[in-house]
Design a protein around this ligand. Structure first.
Ligand code: ATP
Ligand code: MG
Length: 506
């Protein structure tokens, strides 16, 4: 009797549900948009009365369709791993400014997630736009994610889970994005409409720290310094310092300064802003450029000693100011006339403000790198610790550096010719660029021995050249000393004569 009643009851429930679904489908299909919206609202209210689950929707566009919501993009990236594992229908996308494909769940798919013991469900949905007066849809459907969880996790989701999703999603997006190399040099200032302050190209330099020739210990120290910096957001906030760090790379040409900057950018996954100081009109323009630099970036000023006449401005001001000013003005007009260009009015104080003035703190997570061949020419204020926190000397190639290059270029870690190279490298100065050039294969048939012999030849030539230069320098010094002593002799013979003259006069 009871079983029959149960069966009857289920049949009634089933048929009621079926009729309800049928009516609901008819309503959705044939009712005007406004009535449908109203019914959906009531339905939702009715359901939420009995339903213990909470829903959060994250829409792709907020307000206008111009800007894609950051939150939606972060959720999409966050769900990509889970989607690949469990969704049955996936869609493949390649975002603007990204160099990687992203697989996300397709519309009406669901994936599960777990966080601090709570089961969370994500679904991908679309929403039809409000039709126009003539019944046509002028706008495409909008997409959104629907997050569902039990109401007992409400606080945990609001306080921790959503923050976790955004953080992880943003990290994935940063990893996947196409990094850029920006420059301020290629801008036409008079173009209409106005061009952005920075123009960019994809950053594709292949340099890695593994391929930089330098002592392993020094290299490791730099890597650790960079990684510590990139993970120290909280530390910088705690000590009340802007999250940025300055590096001064100095050394002779061809010792790997630019290569190291590329390796730094690749290690940290940062963009590179190559600042051409001579193309900056004045300190105000410098500030505008600074404001447009995003976080996770390396700002590079190459050959800072030749960029502008920044070397001794501070000293000049106090000393013979007017004289220098006149000379400077003359130089500027000469250059302007010669090149037909505007001369940059960026000053040392403008640059110092750029590095660590109040404006420099906006954006965060920035590294500023100066390179120079002549560190001694720079104003001490520009490179003092705190401004340029780490000074790195890149010097001539050591045997250890050569071994890195040999491993990269020739895929060898030991060879009978290494002993000779070790001796020669210890006796002469050769840049890593010259070593790299000697090790470069000129044809696919060139073997290791031939490349190493070429290097030995280059080293011997460099040694000979250095010896000749040294001999020339020695003879020049000797000649100068001889001239000095002749002059001294002459003076000594002339001095008593003048005394005699004096005596006569008296
Ligand atoms: N330390 C190094 N490790 C690996 N390769 C190097 C190193 N130094 C130089 N090279 C090689 O030499 C070339 C020139 O190096 P790079 O442009 O980095 O020198 P630089 O110090 O920036 O010179 P400059 O002062 O003239 O700008 C690079 O393309 C690279 O192949
Ligand atoms: Mg360089």
């Amino acid at each position: 009797m009871a079983a029959i009643t149960m069966a009857e009851m289920w049949t009634t429930v089933g048929s009621t549900m079926a009729s309800f679904m049928f009516v609901w489908t008819i309503i959705r299909q044939y009712c005007p948009y406004e009535v449908r919206q109203l019914l959906e609202k009531w339905m939702q209210r009715l359901m939420s009365f009995f339903n213990p689950y909470i829903h959060v929707s994250i829409h792709e566009f907020m307000g206008t369709r111009l800007n894609r919501s950051e939150a939606y993009a972060a959720v999409e990236a966050y769900l990509s791993t889970n989607s690949v594992k469990s969704a049955k229908r996936l869609k493949l996308e390649m975002e603007k400014d990204s160099n990687k494909i992203v697989l996300t769940m397709d519309e009406y798919q669901k994936v599960k997630d777990e966080f601090q013991g709570a089961e969370i469900s994500w679904a991908s949905r679309t929403k039809s736009p409000k039709p126009m007066g003539n019944g046509n849809n002028s706008q495409p459907e909008t997409r959104y994610y629907n997050l569902t969880f039990h109401k007992r996790y409400r606080e945990m989701i609001a306080e921790s889970y959503l923050e976790h999703v955004m953080k992880k999603g943003k990290e994935i997006r940063v990893k996947n994005r196409q990094r850029k190399l920006y420059t301020n040099g290629a801008r036409d200032k008079y173009a209409y409409p106005r061009q952005p302050m920075w123009s960019d190209v994809p950053f594709e330099h292949p340099a890695r720290f593994e391929s930089v020739a330098m002592e392993a210990e020094k290299k490791q120290e730099i890597i650790e310094d960079l990684l510590t910096f990139s993970q120290s957001k909280d530390f910088y906030a705690r000590i009340g310092k802007a999250w940025k760090r300055g590096y001064l790379l100095y050394g002779p040409p061809g010792t790997g300064k630019s290569t190291m900057i590329a390796a730094m950018a690749n290690l940290l996954n940062y963009d590179v802003y190559d600042l051409e100081l001579t193309a900056v009109k004045d300190n105000t323009e410098l500030k505008k450029l600074l404001i447009e630099i995003t976080g996770k970036s390396i700002i590079v000023i190459e050959d800072i000693d030749c960029s502008l006449d920044l070397t001794g401005h501070r000293k000049k001001k106090t000393e013979k100011e007017t004289e220098d000013k006149k000379e400077e003005e003359k130089k500027k007009t000469d250059l302007k006339n010669r090149e037909g260009k505007e001369f940059s009015k960026v000053t040392l104080s403008g640059l110092l403000n750029f590095i660590d003035g109040l404006w420099s703190a906006c954006g965060g997570e920035r590294i500023i790198v100066f390179t120079t061949n002549y560190v001694e020419k720079l104003d001490p204020a520009l490179i003092r610790r705190g401004r340029m926190d780490k000074h790195i000397e890149l010097s001539y190639c050591s045997f250890e550096g050569f071994k890195v290059l040999a491993k990269n270029y020739l895929l060898v870690e030991a060879h009978p010719l290494f002993d000779m190279i070790r001796r020669l490298i210890g006796e002469t100065k050769i840049t890593p660029a010259d070593v790299a050039e000697a090790l470069m294969r000129k044809s696919p048939r060139e073997d290791v021995e031939k490349s190493l012999s070429k290097l030995i030849q280059a080293l011997e030539e460099a040694k000979k050249e250095a010896a000749t230069k040294e001999a020339e320098e020695e003879s020049r010094v000797k000649a100068a000393a001889k001239d000095d002593s002749l002059l001294q002799d002459k003076k000594e013979t002339e001095e008593p004569q003048s005394l005699d003259d004096g005596a006569v006069l008296l």
